[in-house]
Design a protein around this ligand. Structure first.
Ligand SMILES: Nc1ncnc2c1ncn2[C@@H]1O[C@H](COP(=O)(O)OP(=O)(O)OP(=O)(O)O)[C@@H](O)[C@H]1O
Ligand SMILES: [Mg+2]
Length: 334
């Protein structure tokens, strides 16, 4: 078993008496994995990050990061983590380089060490040419990269990223994904990220926890979550000879007939690609000709919908959050 670098046990957090933002959440994150927290607005993602990073005290429950208790060893926890928050934090009036150096001073990193790391990070995140410019003049993508660079200055074992690509265009998001993968692959870093973009979780995360209304409702790899839907969907149309092949198809292993319309059949397959070849072979062996076929894989979005019964939604977004989101989006566009 790989080592668990984050372990949350029964984490709950109330705001006042009425709002239960996080409800008895337990999970583990392994050393070196990209773990995603996926959920709609107001699901409790940021609140969970805030508890794991010692910003907020849990109402009940606890967590250990790198073996340290977030309640009793907050200082030790903070020394092995870093957080890139949902909102931009850089000082607009300072340059990119100055912002990184400011972060370094907050971690009490000696100046000569900080300088060397800042140069490395500016290179890693392709910000060298902009490092002397005031952040005011940065594009949304450059700001995200600068936030990442600042988050990496203390060489964290675990990096928390809250909505790392919110408001970015597709190309810039893909670039940020590239940097996140690099941190995992080249530096063996453990990444805990939140997102409400399903395709982001699907393409980036080793495992995903789906959180909704404060509860962790499912945890697994994107493939496992998709497989929980009961597999891929195959549609086939055979030459019309007036025979019903449903029974023959149902007897094949890993095949379930879920619909028939004339000479068209809709099947659910486990291990789609392999089984599809066998299905077609069997149809031929029974003397039928396949006219058309298609195989579609369910997306993480399909899994999300089946699990929560709802689409991603904004209905719980409070005035405060929507204001923060608008500000973040405006800066991202800037
Ligand atoms: N400081 C606070 N005071 C009162 N309620 C809060 C506070 N912070 C969060 N909440 C509430 O707790 C719930 C969870 O909020 P949280 O910010 O953790 O959600 P989230 O999943 O990060 O959402 P988003 O995707 O919009 O960032 C929401 O109902 C929110 O309104
Ligand atoms: Mg949030």
């Amino acid at each position: 078993m790989p080592e668990e670098i984050i372990r949350a046990e029964g984490l709950s957090r109330y705001f006042g008496k009425a709002v239960l933002a996080v409800d008895n959440v337990s999970f583990g994150v392994f050393q070196g994995e990209i773990f995603g927290f996926l959920g709609p607005n107001g699901a409790g993602k940021t609140t969970t990050i805030n508890m794991l990073t010692t910003v907020l005290k849990p109402t009940t429950g606890s967590a250990r990061i790198c073996g340290f208790n977030v309640l009793k060893q907050a200082r030790e926890v903070r020394s092995c983590i870093s957080v890139v928050p949902q909102e931009y934090t850089a000082d607009e009036d300072l340059t990119g380089y100055e912002n990184i150096m400011l972060c370094a001073s907050l971690y009490s990193i000696p100046k000569n060490v900080a300088k060397q790391r800042a140069d490395e990070l500016l290179h890693l995140l392709a910000l060298e040419s902009a490092s002397g410019r005031r952040v005011e003049t940065y594009s949304g993508g450059m700001r995200r990269r600068l936030e990442l660079a600042s988050g990496l200055i203390n060489r964290p074992h675990v990096l928390f990223l809250d909505e790392p690509t919110l408001g970015l265009d597709m190309q810039t998001r893909a670039a940020v994904w590239g940097y996140i993968r690099l941190l995992k692959e080249q530096y063996g870093m453990t990444l805990f990220m939140t997102t409400h973009y399903l395709e982001e979780a699907d393409s980036l995360c080793d495992r995903v926890g789906i959180i909704d209304r404060g509860k962790l409702i499912k945890l697994g790899s994107p493939a496992e979550l998709r497989a929980a839907l009961g597999g891929d969907v195959m549609e086939i149309e055979i030459e019309d000879k007036g025979t019903d092949i449903s029974e023959m198809l149902s007897e094949l292993p890993k095949v379930q007939v879920v619909g028939k319309d004339g000479n068209k059949y809709r099947l659910k397959l486990t291990d789609g690609e392999e089984v599809a070849v066998e299905v077609i072979g069997s149809i031929h062996n029974h003397g039928h000709k396949v006219l058309r076929m298609s195989l579609t894989k369910p997306t993480l979005g399909d899994a999300y919908l089946e699990l929560t019964g709802r689409e991603m939604r904004d209905e719980q977004e409070g005035a405060d959050q929507s204001w923060k989101r608008r500000l973040t989006m405006r800066r991202a566009r800037g």
